[in-house]
Design a protein around this ligand. Structure first.
Ligand code: PMP
Ligand code: GLN
Length: 399
């Protein structure tokens, strides 16, 4: 006999945990879907419209045919961990133990997730600078910890030292530092990091560095990894990935570097999140990291040129432009063009102008600031950027 099971209709809120309810669909997804719907040029979600070097991709393709295609060691293959340690010596003069201090993850995103879930207890506080990259608040929330926001100051997004010092307290467990910072391109100075490091020591706080744009730093500024700050060498996690450096955002190859005890914590949670990264890609990633200096120099030269060009073009269109210190994003103030609502502007632009961008208020809690700011990415071929600017000029002339 067939039983008649009445099917239950769940509402979304009934199923999803409370800690995730305040967070809607990622703004990157919303804008890319909208861009595709209108056949717009997508300068919203940050991914290149060209693929990284063929020699890297060829190695990955060969590895799929030859193997390995089974699970990698949970912490990553030795070849890749050694390449990551070599890179830290080559670029930053840091001695890293590949066996005790490096963990390979599925992108920087998993590295940040594994780190947060490994170190946060319910009720802990985590200091987040604003603007804040979108994954940190939900991860803090998932760990039942609390975010304490510190807005960066002024047009150059300086660290507000007094306010930051006041944000540290007995419940503070960690601070997240994203440098270069998405979306505004701020590069934290050695002096700022050293100040943050002293506060971390004073209050026994851990520091998590999201450094995925480490090789896109302009005008001879230096990228200082948290582990190169003496005050932080014993208490920092450096998270990075190959997404931006090698224009392979779809590969999701990341890693966490931290002193042995901290690495032990990351490995503990990582083994129960994904267990391991993608075995067939790890050898190709090691090869990529070891590419000669000329690769890294050309990457920076290309983005330096694209940055200058797009900043000039956007300024000529009438936007107020803040050239970034790092990353491949540029923020513009939309008020000179008669707009004052970033979200309405970005929802209108793909259909009206055929170009997509990101509304920046999503990088501030409760969209409390940034409503006049819009982010364009310039990790695109020159002809794509030229066409995007041509469309914006046409739209502007029609208005
Ligand atoms: N952190 C920041 C600041 C980012 O902008 C991004 C976007 N790529 C990531 C992390 C994600 O990196 P991955 O794709 O390696 O997970
Ligand atoms: N980091 C990319 C950006 O800022 C987006 C990554 C994602 O889609 N989550 O555009």
């Amino acid at each position: 006999m067939v039983e008649n099971h009445e099917s239950k209709e769940y509402s979304g809120d009934e199923v999803v945990v409370r800690s995730l309810r305040p967070f809607g669909t990622s703004i990157f997804t919303e804008m890319t879907v909208l861009s595709d719907k209108h056949g717009a040029i997508n300068l919203s979600q940050g991914f290149p419209d060209f693929d990284g070097p063929e020699e890297i991709r060829r190695r990955a393709a060969e590895a799929i045919i030859r193997g390995p295609n089974q699970y990698a060691p949970s912490i990553g293959v030795p070849l890749l961990r050694q390449a990551i340690a070599r890179k830290m010596r080559r670029f930053y003069g840091l001695e890293i133990d590949p066996d005790e201090e490096v963990t390979v993850t599925s992108g920087a995103t998993e590295g940040i997730c594994a780190t947060m879930l490994a170190i946060l207890e319910p009720g802990d506080e985590v200091i987040l600078f604003q603007p804040t990259y979108d994954v940190y608040p939900p991860l803090v929330s998932l760990a039942r910890a609390r975010a304490r926001y510190v807005p960066l100051q002024g047009a150059s997004f300086k660290v507000p030292r007094d306010e930051l010092a006041k944000a540290f307290g007995p419940r503070t467990k960690a601070i997240v530092i994203n440098s270069p910072l998405n979306p505004c391109g701020k590069v934290f100075t050695r002096d700022e990091l050293s100040f943050i490091g002293s506060l971390c020591r004073e209050h026994d706080v851990l520091a998590v560095g999201d450094e995925v744009y480490e090789h896109i730093v302009f005008d001879s500024r230096e990228h200082v990894p948290l582990l190169a700050v003496p005050e932080l060498r014993d208490r920092a996690f450096v998270v990075s990935s190959t997404a931006k450096t090698f224009s392979l955002t779809g590969w999701k190859q990341g890693y966490v570097i931290a002193p042995p005890a901290l690495t032990g914590a990351v490995r503990m949670s990582h083994q129960f999140i994904t267990f391991c990264g993608q075995s067939f890609l790890q050898e190709a990633v090691a090869f990529a990291i070891d590419l000669p200096d000329s690769y890294y120099d050309n990457l920076l030269a290309d983005y330096t040129r694209k940055r200058s060009w797009i900043c000039e073009e956007l300024e000529r269109l009438g936007f107020k432009v803040t050239p970034p210190e790092g990353t491949y994003y540029v923020l513009v103030d939309i008020t000179p063009l008669g707009h004052d609502d970033d979200l309405a502007f970005c929802r209108m632009l793909p259909e009206e102008a055929g170009v997509a961008a990101i509304p920046c208020s999503f990088f501030w809690e409760g969209r409390s600031m940034g409503r006049k700011l819009v982010r364009f990415c310039f990790c695109k071929r020159d002809d794509t950027l030229e066409e995007a600017m041509r469309r914006l000029r046409q739209w502007n002339a029609r208005k």
